[in-house]
Design a protein around this ligand. Sequence first.
Ligand SMILES: *[C@@H]1O[C@H](CO)[C@@H](O)[C@H](O)[C@H]1NC(C)=O
Ligand SMILES: *[C@@H]1O[C@H](CO)[C@@H](O)[C@H](O)[C@H]1NC(C)=O
Ligand SMILES: *[C@@H]1O[C@H](CO)[C@@H](O)[C@H](O)[C@H]1NC(C)=O
Ligand SMILES: *[C@@H]1O[C@H](CO)[C@@H](O)[C@H](O)[C@H]1NC(C)=O
Ligand SMILES: *[C@@H]1O[C@H](CO)[C@@H](O)[C@H](O)[C@H]1NC(C)=O
Ligand SMILES: *[C@@H]1O[C@H](CO)[C@@H](O)[C@H](O)[C@H]1NC(C)=O
Ligand SMILES: *[C@@H]1O[C@H](CO)[C@@H](O)[C@H](O)[C@H]1NC(C)=O
Ligand SMILES: *[C@@H]1O[C@H](CO)[C@@H](O)[C@H](O)[C@H]1NC(C)=O
Length: 447
Amino acid sequence: MGFLLSELTSFATVLLFGLCCFSFSSTDAYDPLDPNGNITIKWDIISWTPDGYVAVVTIYNYQQYRHIQAPGWSLGWTWAKKEVIWDMVGGQATEQGDCSRFKTTPPHCCKKKPTIIDLLPGTPYNKQYSNCCKGGVLSSWMQDPANAAASFQLSVGQAGTSNRTVKHPKNFTLMGPGPGYTCGAARVVKPTKYFSPDKRRVSQVMMTWKLTCTYSQFLAQKTPACCVSLSSFYNDTVVPCPICSCGCQNNITHPGSCVDPKSPYLASVVSAAEKNSPLVRCTRHMCPIRVHWHVKLNYREYWRVKVTVTNFDYSRNYSDWNLVIQHPNFDNLTQVFSFNSKSLTPYGTINDTAMLWGIKFYNDLLMQSGPVGNVQSELLFRKNPATFTFEKGWAFPRRISFNGDTCVMPPPDAFPYLPNAGSRQYISLLTLIMICASTFAFTYAYA
Ligand SMILES: *[C@@H]1O[C@H](CO)[C@@H](O)[C@H](O)[C@H]1NC(C)=O
Ligand SMILES: *[C@@H]1O[C@H](CO)[C@@H](O)[C@H](O)[C@H]1NC(C)=O
Ligand SMILES: *[C@@H]1O[C@H](CO)[C@@H](O)[C@H](O)[C@H]1NC(C)=O
Ligand SMILES: *[C@@H]1O[C@H](CO)[C@@H](O)[C@H](O)[C@H]1NC(C)=O
Ligand SMILES: *[C@@H]1O[C@H](CO)[C@@H](O)[C@H](O)[C@H]1NC(C)=O
Ligand SMILES: *[C@@H]1O[C@H](CO)[C@@H](O)[C@H](O)[C@H]1NC(C)=O
Ligand SMILES: *[C@@H]1O[C@H](CO)[C@@H](O)[C@H](O)[C@H]1NC(C)=O
Ligand SMILES: *[C@@H]1O[C@H](CO)[C@@H](O)[C@H](O)[C@H]1NC(C)=O
C-alpha cells in the first residue's frame, strides 16, 4: 500500500509539472514571455528614379531574447510586377538570375523571388550601408538594441515611379537562419521622418511600407539543443540531463555522429570540421549545450545558486548567448555575479522569469567545447519566508531556455531532495489517508 501511495504522489507531481510545462511551451506564435516579440521590416522609398526607385530596407529585431546568429538572416520576397534590382549596398542577392534581356550593364538581380543576405564584416566602404555587414547576425532587443537592426539599400528598376503606380513586394519570407518565422503582408504606413545631422530640420521619405514577422517554435521544428542538470548542497546526487535529450548515440546508423574527447584524432577532426555544422562531444544527452543549476548555499535571509553553461560543440562559439530562467524567487533576485540580468515579466502579477546574458568582452562569447568552453555565474536570492523551502525541489528552476530554445529538464520526481523530506511527506500523507479511510469506514459502517 505504501508503495502504491508514493507512486501515486509522484505521478500527481509529474502530472502537475507536466501541465505547467505544457502551458509554457505552447506551440503557437504567441510567447507569454515576449508577447510583442516580432521582427519588423521597414521599406522606405527615399527617391524616385526614371524607371523605379531607391529604397532603404531595415530589419528590426524587436524580440526580447531571440537573436539571429551565424550564418545569419536571409530575406526573400516575390516582386509584384517585373521589377529588377539594379544595384545594392549593405546586402546582396544570393542569385543574379536570368538578366539576358538587358543589353547594357546587367542588373544586380533579375529574379522574380530574390533572396537577400547581409554582407560580411570587412566589406569595402563603397559597398557598406549603416547597420550592415555583420554577416546577418542580429542581437536581441534586450541584450543590445544598438545591434538589433540591419539595413541595406537597393535601387529598383522597372517598377512604378510614383506612390500611385508603385507596388510593394508580396510573400515575404525570413529565415533566421533556419525556418520558424512567418511574415505578414506589407502595408503602407506614414512616411518615415528623419532629422538632418544637425537635428535642425526634419525630412521625410517618399513612401514607407512595413510588415512584421513572428517566430513559432512549432514551425521551426527544431530538435532540442540544450538540457538541464541539477545538484544541491543538501544531497550528493547530481541529477544529469535526461538520456537522449537531444539525440542518441548511435554507432550503427551514424558512426562518428559525435566526437569522443579522448580520441587521439580529436584535434584533426575538429580542425577539419565545417564551421557551424554541429560536432558534438559524445555524451549520454548529446546536447550541444548543458545548463547546470547548483543550489550552493543557504543563509538566514538569502540563498545562493551557481549556474554553469557548458558548450559541448567543438565547431561552434556562441556569441551573445542568453538564458531565460523561470523560478518563483526571481521576484527577489538580489544580485547576479558576472552576468547581466533583467526581469522579463517585471510588472506582471507573476514576476518569475529573468533573462541572463554575458558581459561584453568578458563572457559574452561561449567558446567551443574544451577547457574554456563554459560560462558561469552565481545568483543570490532573498528568501520570502512565506514561500521559501528546500523541499519538493522548490529550489530548482521550472524552465530554462538557451538562445530562445527550451532546454530539456530532468523529470521533477528525479530532482534531488532533502534527506528525509520524502519520508516525512510520505508519513503525513499516509496519516492523512488513514484518517480519511477510517472516517469513511466509520461513516460507512454506521450509516
Ligand atoms: C512589433 O514590436 C514592436 C516593438 O515592440 C511593437 O511596437 C509592435 O506593435 C509589434 N508589432 C506587432 C504586429 O506585434
Ligand atoms: C501619394 O501622394 C499624394 C500627393 O503627395 C498624396 O496625397 C497621397 O496620399 C499619396 N498616396 C499614398 C498611397 O501614399
Ligand atoms: C504568395 O503565397 C501564396 C501562398 O503560398 C500563394 O497562393 C500566392 O500565389 C503567392 N503570391 C505570389 C505573388 O507569389
Ligand atoms: C557507441 O560507442 C561508444 C564508444 O565507442 C560507446 O561508449 C557507446 O556505448 C556506444 N553506443 C551504442 C549505442 O552502441
Ligand atoms: C572561437 O573563437 C576563438 C577565439 O576568438 C577562435 O580562436 C576559434 O577559432 C573560434 N572557433 C570557432 C569554431 O569558430
Ligand atoms: C520583479 O523582479 C525584479 C527583479 O528581482 C524586481 O526588480 C522588480 O521590482 C519586481 N517587480 C515586481 C512588481 O515585483
Ligand atoms: C521580496 O522580499 C521582501 C523582503 O523580504 C518581501 O517583503 C517581499 O514580499 C518579497 N517579494 C515577493 C514578491 O515575495
Ligand atoms: C537525494 O535525492 C535523490 C533523488 O534525486 C534521492 O534518491 C536520494 O535518496 C537523496 N539523498 C538523500 C541522502 O536523501
